[in-house]
Design a protein around this ligand. Structure first.
Ligand SMILES: Cc1cc2nc3c(=O)[nH]c(=O)nc-3n(C[C@H](O)[C@H](O)[C@H](O)COP(=O)(O)OP(=O)(O)OC[C@H]3O[C@@H](n4cnc5c(N)ncnc54)[C@H](O)[C@@H]3O)c2cc1C
Length: 254
């Protein structure tokens, strides 16, 4: 089904940026700032969850449930957080993040790739905020996921270069890395996934190349609301030959 996002104008659209970097002067910090600037220029309302500054709690524990447990004999985080969501008994920091997600049309995750994944603090945000009942509720998952009126986009930097993340490269095709994050988390919750924005290896690139990475991101954001989500199926990630150009790197689409 063709989503109606493209038809909607940018002014008044709400964007949540979930940002995980310790250093404001990092490239991730610059990419986040550019997104805030560019989207604000479009009169979007932009909210940033700066996870390290917030000292966001990444651990999914009993402390996330306020008051009595449903089963105090044997703790089950998934069951308890689902029940707590239904009863309005989740802890305040989770409720605040869920409110931001609920209001957002687009959620951008800005992070450096850690161990082929998101940093622990961002994974903790996903573990705790994307609660059953709020983000998914089997069989309401994937296309029927509860957040299926929203877009999501992974914008990240890597240590490895683009060649290392090619099919024949030492790290394997970057699409394999994207599968658990984009399909296993975002698509599972219903998000329509936009092509990722990947800045390969900024630490080992020239200043000029890094500036180019930032400009490319700013340029892309100018028409972000016109983009069509990717077709988030195994085929997109694991097909043998790539003909479509729908993964965004700083340099090009491939
Ligand atoms: C625990 C851990 C696990 C990791 N796992 C992986 C992995 O699995 N795979 C992988 O590929 N990599 C991995 N890495 C590497 C990591 O992904 C990279 O170090 C990170 O992505 C680099 O991004 P950064 O924002 O931290 O770069 P930075 O080092 O902050 O930025 C690079 C350079 O850009 C400069 N810069 C900032 N703003 C601007 C600007 N406006 N204009 C021009 N230059 C600017 C900075 O000053 C800096 O010199 C891992 C790292 C850690 C710590």
């Amino acid at each position: 089904m063709t989503p109606c996002f493209q038809k909607m104008a940018a002014p008044g659209r709400k964007v949540l940026i979930v940002y995980a970097h310790q250093e404001p002067k990092s490239l991730n910090g610059s990419l986040k700032n550019i997104a805030v600037e560019e989207l604000s220029k479009q009169s979007c309302s932009v909210t940033v969850s700066d996870l390290y500054s917030m000292e966001f709690e990444p651990r999914a524990t009993r402390n996330d449930i306020v008051g009595c447990l449903h089963n105090s004999e044997q703790f089950n985080y998934g069951a308890e957080s689902w029940e707590a969501y239904r009863k309005g008994c989740l802890t305040k920091d989770i409720v605040e993040e869920q409110k931001k997600v609920h209001e957002a049309d687009l959620v951008i995750f800005q992070f450096p790739l850690y161990w082929f994944s998101v940093p622990a603090i961002m994974k903790g945000w996903m573990d705790r905020v994307l609660t059953q009942g709020f983000a998914h509720n089997f069989p309401d998952c994937f296309d029927a996921g509860l957040l299926n009126n929203k877009l999501a986009l992974l914008s990240f930097t890597t240590g490895g270069n683009e060649e290392m993340y090619s099919k024949g490269g030492i790290s394997g095709d970057i699409h394999y890395v994207l599968w658990p994050m984009q399909h296993g988390i975002l698509h599972f919750c219903g998000f329509k996934v936009l092509a990722p924005q990947i800045c390969f290896s900024p630490e080992y690139e020239t200043e000029e190349k890094r500036k180019e990475m930032l400009t490319t991101w700013a340029q892309r954001l100018k028409t972000i609301w016109e983009e069509k989500p990717i077709n988030c199926t195994p085929e997109w990630y694991f097909r043998e030959k790539r003909t479509e150009s729908n993964t965004c790197t700083h340099a090009a689409l491939w």
